[in-house]
Design a protein around this ligand. Structure first.
Ligand code: MN
Length: 268
């Protein structure tokens, strides 16, 4: 079984090393990760720049490959044939901070797993609920064990096409695992205006780290109670509820099809 391991914190992140080690208990591991920190840069497909790959080593001596591309680029490179063999699964992480609620749209960790789902390969994102800013002092060992157990289960049971798993692991004692849905993040971002040495303004999105509403059944609620949160996500972002509302809107408010046709056709 070939396992592709990536992350969004960069090739030198200790969380990546912990995940690669855990995965090597399951199968043949290929590490292909960004050469820099891509945290919070969402789902990227690099179109207008060359992608480079170079061989390197993790701190543990484990053979690895780094790329100038995003986490999702790394997954695409791996799944489209860079290693000349197929992969049974893609795992991403271990991110040192949690990816909860709407975070999944920003997260490089999660979007790497999304890229796997696009190519029809099971993808899992692993994140640790740490607030520690220094990645190198975090203990990833429990999270690595959780990753090994969950990855093994996914390899046995598979995932439906277009589905990925977002796993968040609490620090300290783990009480168990909860299957969850996305909770409500509370972002505390603040726009900061600063000035460069030439007197021109630039902007920084600052503020405190997000909090969240620890509602039962959600990812945030599970972590709050000391459980691993396992959230199945899907690439289909359609609001099915809204489809029916919009259809009614068309009927009830007499959507002006006639106007749409005459105004758009009149343009040619
Ligand atoms: Mn990260």
């Amino acid at each position: 079984m070939n396992i592709l391991v990536t992350n969004d914190d960069g090739i030198s992140s200790p969380g990546l090393m912990a995940l690669a080690e855990a995965m090597s208990n399951i199968g043949e591991v290929c590490v292909l990760a960004p050469d820099k920190d891509w945290s919070g840069r969402g789902h990227v497909k690099t179109l207008n720049e060359p992608l480079r790959i170079y061989e390197t080593k993790l701190e543990s001596g484990f053979k690895a490959f780094a790329s100038n591309g995003a986490p999702s680029d790394c997954v695409a490179l791996g799944l489209l044939g860079y290693f000349s063999h197929d992969f049974g699964i893609v795992v991403s992480g271990i991110n040192p901070a949690p990816n909860l609620g709407h975070d999944v749209t920003y997260s490089g960790t999660v979007t790497a797993a999304m890229e796997a789902a696009i190519w029809g390969v099971p993808g899992i994102a692993y994140s640790l609920d740490s607030s520690e800013k220094n990645y190198h002092v975090i203990d990833y060992q429990s999270a690595a064990i959780v990753a090994e157990i969950i990855t093994n289960n996914v390899l046995t049971s598979g995932l439906p096409r277009g589905v990925l798993l977002n796993v968040n692991i609490p620090m300290g004692i783990i009480k168990g695992i909860q299957i969850t849905h996305q909770g409500m993040r509370v972002y505390r971002d603040q726009l900061e205006e600063r000035y460069d040495p030439r007197g021109n303004p630039y902007y920084w999105i600052g503020g405190d780290a997000p909090t969240g509403i620890p509602e039962e059944g959600t990812d945030i609620g599970a972590l709050d109670m000391g459980f691993v949160s396992l959230t199945p996500l899907q690439l289909d972002l359609t609001s099915y509820e809204m489809i029916n509302k919009l259809k009614n809107w068309q009927q009830d408010y007499n959507f002006p099809i006639h106007e749409l046709e005459t105004r758009t056709n009149g343009r040619s």
